[in-house]
Structure formats: C-alpha cells, structure tokens
Design a protein around this ligand. Structure first.
Ligand SMILES: [Zn+2]
Ligand SMILES: [Zn+2]
Length: 292
C-alpha cells in the first residue's frame, strides 16, 4: 500500500465562527482539519466548530477517533460538544492536548463541557472518551508517527507533525513566530516551530493578519502574511495552506490576500503552486502540489 495522507479542511476561520453571505467560499467555521491515513485511521486536528460538520460525515460504527487539540481557546474546542460520534456508545474517542501546570487536560476541557456553559458533563457523554496530554517524545497513531512541540502563542499551545512513510504534515494554526525574533536571520533553534515544521510536505499555518493590520495586534499570538510566508520558506515547506482567517476578512478580501500571498511567495523564491489560502471543505493529498 502506498502511504497516502489525505487532508480535508472543515474549518479554517480563527477566533470566532463567522457565517454569512460574505464568507461562504472560505467558510465561517473555526479550526478543524481531518487527516485520513492510508489505512483509514482518522486523526482530527483541532475541535473548532468545523468538527460538527465532520461528525455528521462520520457515520461508520464503531468509530475510533483521535482529536489533537493545539490549545484550548474556544475557537479550537467549541465543536467538541456538537460532535455526533461522541453521543454514540460504540465510539472510542481520544482527545489529546497540551499539558498545563494548573490542571489536567480533562479538567480544563471540563470547564467548557459543564454547567453553566453546557447542558452535558464530560462524564455523561455516551462514548468512551479518554484524555491524553501530548508527550514530549514521538508516539504512534495507526500507521502515523506523531510529534508535538510548544509554539509561541498565548497560553500553552502545541503544533503537531504527522508523518506516514515519506510524507509529513505540520499543523500550527495559532502561531506568532516573529514575536521577539528575526525570521530571516535568526538561527533555526531560536525560531518557534522551526524544527517541527522543517521540510514538511504540507504546512498548515496561521495567517490571521495582513501586514497593515499586524502593528495593532503584536503579541496577540498570530502571524501577518509576510511572517507566515517567511516562516514557511525558512522551514522549506513543500506546500502551504494559510489558515486561521480573521473573522473580518470576507471572501473578496481573502481572494485579494491570496493574490498578495502568491506575489510575495514568488519574490521569496517559491513557486505559486505551493501556496494557497485554506478553504472550508477543500481536500488535499499530502505531498501533491496544486493542479495548475
Ligand atoms: Zn485560534
Ligand atoms: Zn488561540
């Protein structure tokens, strides 16, 4: 069997769901990406509101699903309570996320899945659910090797890398690697996320702000376009999906941003087929470039 990882974007918006006629093409759902490994194993990256639609598409029983949370900001966990497979007893659900000194992963997620924010408690979910703090060393899910690393954002936040065979995917949806760093000249070991993302065939990375917007948002934990592209070039990503679109960015605005991204990427020495803005429901094979 050839190792093949397929990716489907279920939510590419950041911060807050933003449905409406202005966002139908890029989508209004928040962070959620489905990865299907060569043997059919499903790994879900983040549980934003896109997770609800993904859950409706997962009709097979029994289902074994791993959800890897980068962090617990609401735009990355809000879909957990609306994930249909979690309400079926046959489902085995493993929820991975970052460690924090203050409380266990289960207790921190339980602050959302509990009164008064939620009508159900974690212990009332009919499925078999386990909570796992992502280890510092590599681990295995099905045929894929997983790795997590802390990255620059607000609060404990991870990026993930999945490798199957000779293909790799890196997911860093909320990331401000330029904060206190020079992405063009610093040594790799001083750049947040560098090692995790280095040489990935597909990099899904934060690009919340335009360069003009960024000065008012320094330290908020997100990247401007030029930093996202510079980071992607430094780590020599094979292909890039720019992600975590700002709720204020309409489809037309994002189309224009995509044009600027391609221009800037080409100036940096990249090929236009390597770069695009993530779009809800878009499917991509890891290791393949865009069709012309
Ligand atoms: Zn976010
Ligand atoms: Zn965040």
């Amino acid at each position: 069997m050839t190792a093949e990882m397929r990716v489907k974007i279920w939510g590419s918006r950041g911060s807050v769901p933003s449905p409406g006629p202005e966002t139908t093409r890029y989508g209004g759902n928040t962070s959620c990406v489905q990865v299907t490994l060569s043997d059919g194993t499903i790994v879900v990256l983040d549980g934003g509101t896109g997770l609800r639609s993904l859950g409706l598409a997962l009709t097979d029983e029994p289902a074994r699903v791993n959800i890897l949370l980068t962090h617990l900001h609401l735009d990355h966990i809000q879909g957990l309570m609306f994930f249909a497979p979690a309400f079926r007893p046959a489902t085995e659900l493993a929820i991975w996320g970052p460690k924090a000194a203050e409380a266990s992963l289960e207790d921190r997620i339980g602050r959302y899945i509990s009164a008064p924010l939620s009508p159900v408690e974690v212990r009332e979910l009919p499925c078999h659910v386990s909570f796992r703090e992502a280890p510092h060393s590599e681990w295995q899910i099905g045929p894929a090797t997983l790795r997590a690393a802390s990255v620059t954002h607000r609060g404990p936040t991870l990026g993930y890398r999945l490798t199957e065979g000779d293909k790799s995917l890196c997911f860093i949806p909320d990331h401000e690697p330029a904060l206190g760093a020079h992405l063009d000249t610093d040594e790799p070991e001083w750049i947040s996320g560098f090692e995790l993302a280095h040489g990935a065939d597909l990099l899904i990375h934060d690009c919340q702000y335009t360069d003009a917007e960024y000065p008012n948002h320094v330290g908020w934990g997100h990247s401007r376009l030029s930093d996202a592209l510079l980071f992607a070039r430094r780590v020599e990503a094979g292909r890039v999906l720019l992600f975590h679109h700002d709720p204020l960015h309409t489809d037309d605005f994002l189309d224009a941003l995509q044009g600027r991204a391609i221009d800037r990427w080409t100036e940096l020495g990249g090929h236009p087929a390597q770069i695009e803005l993530a779009c809800e429901r878009r499917e991509v094979e890891v290791g393949a470039l865009q069709a012309a």
